[in-house]
Write a protein that binds this ligand. Structure first.
Ligand SMILES: [Fe+2]
Length: 191
């Protein structure tokens, strides 16, 4: 198996059973439900992988992180995840993950009723992460080429908190990982 898939399997086998913050699901259940929702929406492989791994920054072993990662980023799980995903899978996976926190702020700013869909924990982190966006922040986000992907990912993330949802296991996504790794290797080879 590709070493990066080994790292993903190892990470979830070591820490996947941890509770996802104060939510009713584990890290692994949350990840699998997010990926399952992405698949149901016919997302491309890169976005399915992004959905599956969007919170990997919460549970990645620091020894696996790219050199130079600043240790004080422990609260910035989207940045931690982004850096590992960028080296491993490239921009199409990493950037929607980096933006998934900003996407929640955007959705709540554009439609305050979205806040009513958030769990208490997610609402608390919304405020901690900066709360409502100002006009400039909204525009900058809208201009990001991964704007739509980030909004989709955010919506799956916010729905992926069902108790005992019937979803595929991690191995179901191995072909998806392999496709994304191959695409990334090819694009690196061409650059
Ligand atoms: Fe999440």
């Amino acid at each position: 198996m590709h070493p990066s898939i080994d790292i993903i399997v190892e990470t979830f086998s070591q820490k996947g059973k941890l509770r996802y913050g104060h939510e009713q699901v584990t890290q692994l259940e949350h990840a699998l439900q997010s990926a399952s929702l992405a698949e149901k929406d016919h997302a491309p492989d890169q976005l399915v992988v992004a959905a599956l791994l969007h919170d990997i920054g919460h549970i990645l072993n620091r020894d696996q992180l790219p050199v130079g990662l600043n240790a004080d980023l422990h609260d910035m799980h989207e940045e931690i995840g982004y850096r590992w995903l960028m080296t491993t899978f490239g921009m199409d996976v990493a950037e929607p993950v980096r933006l998934h926190v900003v996407a929640k702020r955007y959705l709540c700013t554009k439609d305050p009723s979205y806040m009513g869909k958030l769990t208490p924990t997610s609402l608390k982190s919304f405020h901690d992460q900066g709360g409502m966006m100002d006009h400039e922040e909204q525009e900058a986000f809208e201009f990001n080429p991964y704007f739509e992907d980030a909004l989709s990912l955010r919506k799956w993330d916010d729905l992926a908190k069902e108790i005992d949802a019937d979803v595929n296991g991690l191995e179901h996504y191995f072909p998806c990982f392999s496709n994304c790794l191959a695409d990334h290797a090819e694009s690196e080879g061409n650059s």
